[in-house]
Design a protein around this ligand. Structure first.
Ligand SMILES: O=P(O)(O)O[C@@H]1C[C@H](O)[C@@H](CO)O1
Ligand SMILES: Nc1nc2[nH]cnc2c(=O)[nH]1
Length: 287
C-alpha cells in the first residue's frame, strides 16, 4: 500500500506538463474548475475555448469513467480566464493518489490560484432531496484515515509544508459569497451547506455504512474531491467545493431502492443548467 501511495512524480515531471500547456496556449487561467460526473457540460459554457485531450498532455492520466470526457478546456467564463477539467481521476480506477491529484500541481505551476471542485454525491442528510446542491464546508477523509492520503511519501517543500492544516480547507469567503449568490438567484430552497465524505469506491455503500456515515456527521458521500482539495491546499490554492445530490443513500432495510450510476448521470442532466448558472455567477464575483 505504501508504495502505491508514494509521490511517484518528480518536480520536473509536473513542470514538463505545465510547460507543455504554457507552450500550447497563451491563455493564463487563475481559476480551475473540476467537473464531476455528468457535470462536464459546464466546460461548454466557456468562450474562446482551447481544448487538450488528456492523452496529448505529458504525464496526464486518462479518464475511464462514463460522464468524464478526458479534456482540459481553457477559455473565459464571466470574463475570467478559467480552465475546466472535463473529467477527473478516481482512486477506484486503480490510480494511486499521486495520479488522482497530478493535475492540481500542474495548475499551480501554470499560475492558477483558485480551485472550484464539483462532484456527484449521495445525500445522507435526511433533509436533502435529489437535485439539491450542497456547498462543502468541511470533509471526512475516510480514504485518508485508512492510509490513502495523497501527501503520504516524501514531501516536496517546493509545493508545500510537510504537515498542512486542513481545518480551513474550504475558503470561508467563497462559501459566504456562494450563499449570497444562492439568495440572489432564488436557489436557497435547494442549496445547503454540509460535510462531504469520500470513500474509495467503486462500490456504493451498504445500508450499515450509510448509517455509520450519518452518525459520523457526513451529509453527503462520494468517491472523489478530497484528494484534490488536500493537494490544492498543500500548494496554497483557495478552494470552493460543491456536491450535486444525485441520489439519496439507502438507510432503511425496508426499501428496494438501489444506488446506480445511471441515476447519478440522469440527475446531473436535470440540474446541469442551474448548476452552470450558479458557478458562472460565482466565477463573476470571485476576486
Ligand atoms: O467524479 P464524481 O465524484 O462526481 O463521481 C461520482 C463518484 C463516482 O465516480 C460516481 C458514482 O456514480 O459519481
Ligand atoms: N459513494 C457514493 N458516491 C456517489 N456518487 C453519487 N452518488 C453516490 C453515492 O450514493 N455514494
Amino acid at each position: 500500500m505504501a508504495s502505491a501511495n508514494r509521490c511517484s512524480y518528480t518536480f520536473e515531471e509536473y513542470k514538463e506538463s505545465a510547460e507543455w500547456l504554457l507552450a500550447h496556449t497563451d491563455k493564463r487561467p487563475e481559476l480551475v474548475i473540476i467537473c464531476g460526473s455528468g457535470l462536464g457540460t459546464l466546460a461548454e459554457q466557456l468562450e474562446d475555448k482551447t481544448s487538450f485531450k488528456y492523452q496529448d498532455i505529458p504525464h496526464f492520466p486518462l479518464s475511464t469513467v462514463p460522464g468524464h470526457e478526458g479534456r482540459l478546456v481553457f477559455g473565459k467564463l464571466s470574463g475570467k480566464q478559467c480552465v475546466c477539467m472535463q473529467g477527473r481521476f478516481h482512486f477506484y480506477e486503480g490510480y494511486p493518489m499521486s495520479k488522482v491529484t497530478f493535475p492540481i500541481r500542474v495548475f499551480h505551476l501554470i499560475g492558477v490560484k483558485t480551485l472550484i471542485v464539483t462532484n456527484a454525491a449521495g445525500g445522507i442528510n435526511r433533509s436533502f432531496n435529489v437535485g439539491d446542491i450542497m456547498l462543502i464546508k468541511d470533509h471526512l477523509n475516510i480514504a485518508g484515515l485508512s492510509g490513502q492520503n495523497p501527501l503520504c511519501g516524501q514531501n516536496d517543500e517546493r509545493f508545500g509544508v510537510r504537515f498542512p492544516c486542513m481545518s480551513d480547507a474550504y475558503d470561508k469567503q467563497l462559501l459566504s459569497l456562494a450563499l449570497e449568490i444562492a439568495k440572489e438567484m432564488n436557489y436557497s430552497s435547494f442549496i445547503h451547506q454540509g460535510v462531504y465524505c469520500m470513500l474509495a469506491g467503486p462500490t456504493y455503500e451498504t445500508i450499515a455504512e450509510c448509517c455509520m456515515l450519518n452518525t459520523l456527521g457526513a451529509d453527503a458521500v462520494g468517491m472523489s474531491t478530497i484528494p484534490e482539495v488536500i493537494v490544492a491546499r498543500h500548494c496554497g490554492l483557495r478552494v470552493f467545493g460543491l456536491s450535486l445530490i444525485t441520489n439519496k443513500v439507502v438507510m432503511d432495510y425496508g426499501t428496494h431502492e438501489k444506488a446506480n450510476h445511471e441515476e447519478v448521470l440522469q440527475t446531473c442532466k436535470l440540474r446541469a443548467k442551474d448548476l452552470q448558472a450558479f458557478i458562472t455567477k460565482l466565477v463573476s464575483k470571485v476576486d
